[in-house]
Write a protein that binds this ligand. Structure first.
Ligand code: LMR
Length: 337
């Protein structure tokens, strides 16, 4: 995985490196670089981890001495449950929480958690780039949050020690969920027990049996070693795990205009690369899981997959009021290019 992204980095990154000399010069002129802290909860090897690194590299190369980007992966600065408050307090400047983690700020973003709403990542992409999708980026201004971009991870797969082939196999099992009411309802619809749990606690939760199963894209499964504590993965592709790159609106608006414009251009470039490579990183992670030999990957027949879809489809209706029927329709339409 790393080599794939290294290749990518060497392709997009200009061969100019930030030298100590440049930094020294800037300091001699009394210009302290603006420090931008970018915190996230996943590993460097994942699409989001790679995107954060790429952003750092390009920003420091193209704004030498003006900007210093500090990336904190793996919940090392702030984890789930703290990072949003830290952003609003100005203690961290960039985050990319999964779209499941916005319900207290913008309920319409719950759309992305509705099970089986997008047929594939191309549909997710089309929706995110549509006026409706782009509108969500700016919909939290009143809360002090500016959305800058959507980054892909990918589609989620179910995992457990038990084989999950049809919805009844999930009955009674405890599943770790992100802090999302939609995801809680999804598992309740399966007559399973959802347990909200921070991402950093998932491995231990599964290892100790506090929870029995989870839902993650392959890149998160592999990088968190979830496969070591789950004997089976069902390739359900039942939902999306994507991100919104967000900043503190006051911080961003307060940046010097030339710096902000350059950072936005860099972010746009990084977004294209992250979204183009996310699928390959997940496929690579899937292969690594197979190579590890710890876990069986179960492929569903179209009929089996339809059973899962039918079991969780009632969840859409429950959230239609919060999300809006029009937005749900726009998302569904993105399945038909
Ligand atoms: C999760 O909590 O499962 C994800 O949001 C983690 C991530 O950022 O990919």
């Amino acid at each position: 995985m790393n080599s794939l992204m290294s290749k990518l980095l060497s392709r997009v990154v200009a061969p100019v490196v930030l030298t100590c000399g440049m930094l020294g010069m800037a300091n001699a002129q009394g210009q302290n670089p603006i420090v931008i802290k970018f915190a996230h909860v996943v590993a460097d090897s994942t699409p989001k981890g790679q995107g954060a690194q790429m952003f750092k590299k390009l920003a420091e190369e193209r704004l030498p001495g003006k900007v210093k980007v500090e990336v904190y992966p793996n919940s090392s600065l702030y984890g789930d449950g703290q990072e949003m408050d830290a952003l609003l307090l100005g203690d961290v400047h960039l985050l990319a929480p999964s779209l499941a983690k916005f319900e207290h700020y913008q309920k319409k973003i719950q759309l992305f958690d509705l099970p089986f709403i997008f047929d594939d990542m191309a549909a997710v992409d089309r929706f995110q780039n549509s006026p409706a999708g782009q509108g969500l980026l700016t919909s939290m201004k009143d809360k002090g949050i500016t959305g800058l971009a959507y980054w892909h991870n990918g589609l989620k797969q179910l995992s457990a020690n038990k084989e999950l082939r049809t919805p009844k196999d999930a009955r009674g099992l405890k599943f770790r969920v992100q802090a999302s009411a939609v995801l809680e309802e999804q598992f309740k619809a399966l007559r399973a027990n959802p347990r909200k749990m921070a991402f950093a606690e998932m491995y231990q939760g599964l290892q100790t049996g506090v929870v029995n199963g989870a839902e993650n894209p392959y890149s998160n499964i592999y990088s968190q070693k979830i496969h070591e504590v789950q004997k089976n993965i069902t390739e359900s592709n039942h939902g999306t795990l994507d991100y919104m790159v967000i900043t503190n609106a006051k911080f961003w608006d307060g940046l010097p205009a030339d710096v902000r414009t350059e950072l936005e251009a860099i972010l746009a470039e990084v977004t294209v690369e992250v979204n183009a490579q996310a699928n390959a990183l997940n496929e690579d992670a899937k292969q690594s899981i197979l190579d590890a030999g710890t876990t069986k990957i179960i492929t569903l027949t179209p009929e089996e997959r339809a059973q899962w879809r039918d079991a969780v489809r009632p969840v859409w209706k429950k959230f239609e009021g919060d999300i809006g029927a029009d937005l749900i329709e726009a998302a569904v339409q993105s399945n038909n290019p």
